[in-house]
Design a protein around this ligand. Sequence first.
Ligand code: ZN
Length: 740
Amino acid sequence: MLKNVVRGLTVAAALLAAPVFGQVASQPAGGVDGNAGDILGEQENAPLIVCFAEGTDEKYVAQVSAYVAAFNEQFDMQRYQLGTRWSGSQGTPRAVTWSFVPDGLSIPGSAGEATSPSDLFAKMDTKFTRATWIGHVQSCFDRWQEISGLSFTRITFGGNDWDDGASFTSSGNASRGDIRIGMHNIDGANGILAYAFYPSNGNMVLDSGDINNFGSTTNVARFFRNTFMHELGHAIGFDHVCSNNSNQLMEPFLSTSFDGPRHDEFRAVQRHYGDTSGTIGTAATARNLGNLISGTPINVGTPVPNPDSGTNDTQVTISSLDDDGELDWYKFTTTSPLTFTATLTPYGKTYDDNSQAASGSCNTGTSTNSLTILNMRIDVYAADGTTLLGSASSAAAGAVETLSGLSLGVGTFYVKISAAAGTSQSQLYLLTLSGTGCTAPTITGQPSNLTRCVGTSATFTVTATNATGYQWRKNTVNIGGANSSSYTIASVVAGDAASYDCVVSNSCSNVTSNAATLTVNSTANITGQPSNQTKCSGQSASFSVTATGATGYQWRKNTINIGGATSSTYTIASVTTGDVGSYDCVVSNSCGNVTSNAATLAVDVGPTITVDPTGGSVCRGGSIMLSVTATGASGYQWRQNGSDIGGATSSSYTIINAQLADAGNYDCVVTNGCGTDMSAAAAVVVCAADFNCDGFVNGDDYDAFAELFESGDLGADINGDGFVNGDDYDAFSEAFDAGC
Ligand SMILES: [Zn+2]
């Protein structure tokens, strides 16, 4: 897409010619004497300006100039040193983007040379490292930016050093710059060095035939940078200026005797894009100059940043009124009463300043006195921005305007710089604000926030110069007796947590320090104590503590730390008797330790029988006692031949009135909450043959049995079946014969 053509541009077709240095260049390949109409198809459709090396032949310059002028005729241009600017109101800041085009991109022959691909990277990389020459280019943009309201942003595309490579005539967008930079052969060494298009095209074409000139490293590659900054001057809207005595960057003679923009360019760029303060045309948008302190003046407009090499031109500043209608507003504050002085010094000088003729030669005879462009004045306003406190306007244009002796209290004030109606050009100036008076204290060290534990001390300190009094405050309430540069609380309590500041004073004024907070911490608070535990061997046991404000836990057994037991709960997965002990937990935070109550762990085991029951023989109708001895037992169950005996649940069991059915094996199962143990079996024999229970089996027993048997007494019912009969006799006889 072709760039838009803005008609009526106030730009000139200006040409460099200096028959002083270098060889005469050959004719450009496209033929400068050709008819413009014949080659328009290969040109960018925008006005351009061609720039020559020193020493270029006048005749050649005239030929090229005529060619370019014929081309530029279609744009109805007027000739002034100042061309059109990038869009926006005169004197306002402007952001402009730029990019390199990739090698190989076709560059039209706009100055009459042949259309050919760009070889910028290939050529420049032979003279410098890539980073070095791109750094030089960047510094050229930086230089114009740091002396004006311009800001430049480089655009690259696809991770390359170049842009998207769209047709050279394409407008800037997110992937290519407003100003696009390419290089191809224009006319070989010397002659044309480069040409550039005015806004809003801005493209720049460097002559690869001059690569050896550009490769000079003298004065930080000044030849290349001055060429580039000169072309950039065209690309932001400046024509050539002709001067026979002042060495300006935009003169049609490339000079390497200085570095970058000179006095005329400072004026020009601030006229077009304003100064470095940006848009400050109202009190609301005033530039804030900060605090004005007695004896420490504030300067606006200087110092001017230095160029990459050499020194600044004389009478340059980075502040100006860009027009007789412009207002520059500044504001400042005071912290103590001051006797205020504002000094407004116009910067400028008289120098030769002419346009360039269509032939490429310089016109002569016009002189500019940049010191007296505008007759400026100073007005000082109160904090409301409208109440006028003082003015100075009596000095003539070019003379220093001074407003002195104005008494200012503590507060915010505005200074407005303006000019009487006059010339529509920029006027550089230096504004100096100063004040004298008593000196308020200056706090050089603010109190720091503190975090303290209950019971420890806390000290706030403020350091200040010129202070004679101190008053510490807690939550903005004065603290009695706290009147030195430090305030100490010997033993902090919870109620001391607050915001503290200090009012530092002297006879002139008071200054309040920043507020510092005191944070009061205490030891952890245990809200839940561990509980005593009784567990059977093999079970798990857990102790827990709950606490607020805790950051650490350490469980202890019998006051000895347990390795790894550092959380709020301590669990023993399987207790043994070795775990029996007293457990507590040390709960900690930054303020110290608190120890929980101790809780005991008791470990139970199952019962153990230590003495087994002993059996024996008992006569029928007699008694025998069985007993067992066990440790840890809480329950007993006697059994006969493996079956529980009802009610036999104590450590001994007595068989009363023994019958034959009571004979058998007896044991006892002992229990507690953690287990059981079983006694050995004890055999009990019921001796039916010892019928009279005298401990012997003999004839007396037989007689006794026979007596009862014969009388049918149930005492002879040996087998217990309720009858006295032959079965009983047989049973007795069998027992008697067996001996029991
Ligand atoms: Zn030029």
